[in-house]
Design a protein around this ligand. Sequence first.
Ligand code: XMP
Length: 326
Amino acid sequence: MENNKRPETMQRITTPELAEAFIAEQVEAIQKQVGDKKVLLALSGGVDSSVVAALLIRAIGKNLVAVHVNHGLLRKGEPEQVIEVFRNQMNANLIYVDAVDRFLDKLAGVSSPEQKRKIIGAEFIRVFEEEARKQDNIHFLAQGTIYPDILESGPVKAHHNVGGLPEDLDFELVEPLKFLFKDEVRVVGVALGLPFGMVYRQPFPGPGLGVRCLGAITRDRLEAVRESDAILREEFLKNDLQNKVWQYFTVIPDLKSVGVRNNVRCEEWPVIIRAVNTRDAMTATVENIPFDLMQHIVRRIITEVKGVNRVLYDFTPKPTGTIEWE
Ligand code: XMP
């Protein structure tokens, strides 16, 4: 039976030197485990899958087949960054799947948050499975499982969508980060040459912007969520808030209100800004964002984001408000 307990003798990886030692050890272990066979990985571009990808590229180069599925619910610039970092800079064998229409067609008219999550998860497995079947000589599946995933939910990464592949796709798992805590994964990621912004990014839910475009997702409202989120992130980065606030994003409910634009009444959506700090995501406090910065962000959103005429700030701590809105 597989051992899923972090060895007591394992040192915390806190420095670049310790990260290098870990990388050397894992590269050897991976090479020994997989030989000249290929390894498949669902590369979302999140911290864990990116670090696993970089480690496997170091160990087996083009024998890693990394699949990046763009489900249309990613943040602005994310698919481009995955392609730039992994294909252009790291010379990886990266398969980019544009599945935007497929996901958005499946999600059209679906307003229940539970149903939306289910559709996104199931469709992800389907797309990934299709890509897996196109490949020969694949015997292994790499996963960005980290130690908290094992402690919290057993061997399969809880929010990792590839937990449910069909039985005939019977891969052996490669999980080189399974004994690492998040801070250690980040130190290893930097040592592997990943961009700082990719390794120290805020948490982002698997169903992506799908949980922030409330109710039934439409392309125009999804675009407004993506654009307003990009403005918020750009301003937080510029004003040095990105490492002081744990999670920050925008949400758009499925409602319109009356406003006025160029002396004409307009019915448009409100954007809700959420910016919270937390230790473990079980409780959260709301951040005190400088008022003039808030005004600047509001001005940018109502002028630059199509279809938005109001901006609200969510002052609710958790409890009672969860961090996400659905
Ligand atoms: P809540 O909204 O429950 O969020 O206060 C706590 C943390 O979990 C993230 N979150 C998710 N992550 N899939 C994920 O991978 C999800 O469906 C999901 N829902 C919430 C949320 O972003 C926050 O960091």
